[in-house]
Design a protein around this ligand. Structure first.
Ligand code: ATP
Ligand code: MG
Length: 262
């Protein structure tokens, strides 16, 4: 049996606005799904469907209103934060926002390694950083010692991916990681995620509203609409034979070969 990495059970989020007269602004989110070892699961859906809300709850950046998140058989409430982030890491849409532009890019890597491998000496840390940069297709000589503005969006995103890998996580949450990089870097990042899955068995929750990317990268797909899962299944089943009207409409809006297939 394939190992279950994470299980999401009736995860619900209600956003409340207003201090005195509190009003529920968004109360429909309720999702359940799991991700297996070495699996890429894509979460697709229109803007506002709740994809990032799910991602942020899994990353413990948002507190769920209700429901459970079970990581490696244990409720996340039972994890110490440090231990949790050794298992679950995230990359986001805007790589620029993860850097402090006063620091060289080394800073994000040094910070991560001093958390994940605090006992290792400096020379060994440098070696690990350089090897991890190689895994994401970068050379230390071309990236370390530079300031964020001296690198491209694709390079910055790959450094952030390297940062995640320093923790050797079991699960990577990738929330639209390619939407702010150019087409070439986009392909590189997608291929890199596939390679990581194949070589190190990492599991990925890949969030996108780009059906083409989801079709290319994922083993299974979940389609969300207004906080609910309307369709799910193996990628080809969902995209080649969509059952739900909403998925059919999503596919119809893609000017590509999928429409011919569907
Ligand atoms: N902090 C917040 N307070 C109130 N409502 C919020 C908050 N964050 C998100 N929402 C609402 O929750 C819903 C889902 O938002 P979310 O960001 O999860 O969507 P998304 O699927 O990630 O969209 P996108 O594709 O644009 O990133 C939206 O209707 C949004 O307005
Ligand atoms: Mg989002």
């Amino acid at each position: 049996m394939v190992e279950e990495i994470i299980r999401i059970e009736n995860l619900t989020k209600r956003y409340i606005s207003g201090i005195i007269k509190q009003k529920e602004t968004y109360g429909a989110l309720d999702v359940s799904f799991d991700i297996k070892r070495g699996e890429i699961l894509s979460l697709v859906g229109e803007s506002g469907s709740g994809k990032s809300t799910v991602a942020n709850m899994i990353l413990r950046l948002l507190k769920p209103t209700m429901g459970n998140i079970i990581l490696l058989g244990k409720n996340i409430k039972e994890y110490k934060i440090k231990k949790y982030y050794e298992n679950v890491q995230g990359i986001f849409q805007d790589p620029y926002s993860s850097y402090n532009f006063f620091y060289k890019v080394d800073h994000v890597l040094n910070q991560a390694i001093s958390h994940s491998l605090s006992w290792v000496d400096i020379a060994e840390k440098e070696r690990i950083i350089s090897n991890t940069l190689e895994i994401v297709g970068l050379r230390g000589t071309e990236t370390l010692g530079r300031f964020p503005h001296q690198l491209s969006g694709g390079q910055l995103q790959r450094i952030l991916l390297a940062r995640c890998l320093l923790f050797k996580p079991r699960l990577l949450i990738a929330d639209e990681p390619t939407s702010m990089v150019d087409a070439c870097a986009r392909a590189e990042i997608l291929n890199l995620l596939k390679k990581l899955k194949d070589k190190s068995g990492i599991s990925v929750l890949f969030i996108t509203h780009d059906i083409g990317q989801a079709q290319y990268i994922s083993d299974r797909v979940i389609v969300m609409k207004k906080g609910e899962i309307v369709e799910r299944g193996p990628t080809n089943d969902v995209f080649l034979n969509p059952k739900n009207d909403y998925t059919q409409n999503l596919l119809a809006s893609v000017p590509s070969i999928y429409r011919k297939w569907a």
